[in-house]
Design a protein around this ligand. Sequence first.
Ligand code: NAD
Length: 514
Amino acid sequence: MADQYGIKAALERLGIKAENLGTSTGNQWVDTGKEYISSYSPADGALIAKVQLTDQEAYERVIVQAQEAFKKWREIPAPQRGEIVRQIGNALREVKADLGKLVSYEMGKSYQEGLGEVQEMIDICDFAVGLSRQLYGLTMHSERPSHRMYEQWHPLGIVGIISAFNFPVAVWSWNSMIAMVCGDVCVWKPSEKAPLSGVACQHIIAKVLSDNSLPEGISALIVGDYKVGEYLSKDHRVPLVSATGSTRMGKLVAQAVGQRLGRSLLELGGNNAIIVTENADMDIAIRGALFGAVGTAGQRCTTTRRLIVQEGVYDEVKNRLVAAYGKLVIGNPLDEKNHVGPLIDQDAVKMYLIAIEKVKSEGGKELVRGGVLQGEGYESGCYVKPCIIEAENHFEMVQQETFAPILYLLKYKTLDQAIEMQNAVPQGLSSAIMTLNMREAEAFLSAAGSDCGIANVNIGTSGAEIGGAFGGEKETGGGRESGSDAWKAYMRRQTNTINYSTALPLAQGIKFDI
Ligand code: NAD
């Protein structure tokens, strides 16, 4: 492995070896002795390391341990659980550079974005620490005399976390840090495309748990593909499965969890648009669209996939964007001079090429040509050119999420038309309008405006802060894993009514006297 970026030392400090165990009950690792999955870097194509798969037997051990741990963890007062999460946040601060590097190398996002992802984990920890003193319930006035009525929130038990490759560490923290202060225990199945990031996080959390003499089972790791994900979705001992990934996966998980009337929390695909009106600040609009479309090589759930532009400014936007795309530097994500890194693997490259061909066959016109890069620095075969295609909103490919840097340019006349186009896709994650006109902005944010979970003004579709509830509607799944009052998804609500009178009056004035 060429090591001009200090990967070897970072891996060593994170406890990653050439071959790693992949099942952890908390502080202990379980040797399943069988198959491994290999993690290759899309940056240079090198094998980074292998991780042992979790089998059914090891999974059983994890679940039994988690059940035991839950009995103890739920007894620890929430602010004390928050103290543990505070320590996890501090441990993450210490490894920020190394973990950011691993994320960048294993997943292919830029080192800056890798660092940003770890910073997001740290921010979530801080947020969860505050939450640990704010898991408020309501009190209400009883209709019966000398009665008291209130709601309280209790932990659910085991939270199963299934995560996607593109945010290999942050999504785990969105779920687990909130779930932990709520009193739940967590079993995490990271993406099979970025398992080392999962192993590294497990080392970090295991140390904090063991330093505090906490029991095994509070935070466990299992590794594998969809089959291991199915262990969680079909397991009645897992009351909540939080799954982040494609809509296809979300539908399968929702069915399996729904079959046993468990709860699922789904964060699925997006098909995000920016509307650029004739009243936009063009510098902001172009910069927002550019980062939104090519950042993380188009592999964010919030990536800008459609740019819906008013006809009066269409040519200006088109020309400026084409010029900006011409300045993009594509290459190794660890080299800070590069703007765009690789796609995750060659399957993703295939999907990108198919999408371009298909949209062209539907009538799309390539304004900035796509293609796969070859030659020195591109040996992994995963580097592609971000492209822009003039298209129509109803095209089959425009209606779908292709997880690659393809931007569809669409034209509109009136704002009503633009909002209709923005909403006329199956997904509902993120949306934005670029305008300095207050009426346009408010129309976009109104009930008749964007139907997405996220709607921004003069900001692109990607790069959300952790404080707001994050998630989307329609085929994006409706879940909110983190931010705002998302903690309620990780708890069960209990309504308590206490009678301190000497009588037993019934609600609704019902008489039942003997
Ligand atoms: P994916 O759906 O292929 O895989 C996601 C995870 O689901 C993996 O861990 C995988 O092993 C698991 N999985 C797949 N099939 C399963 C099944 N039948 N049962 C249980 N688990 C199963 O997604 P990906 O390619 O890793 O990630 C990209 C997708 O994730 C995109 O669609 C993107 O928009 C979405 N995503 C959404 C959000 C969000 O917050 N809305 C965030 C990140 C990624």
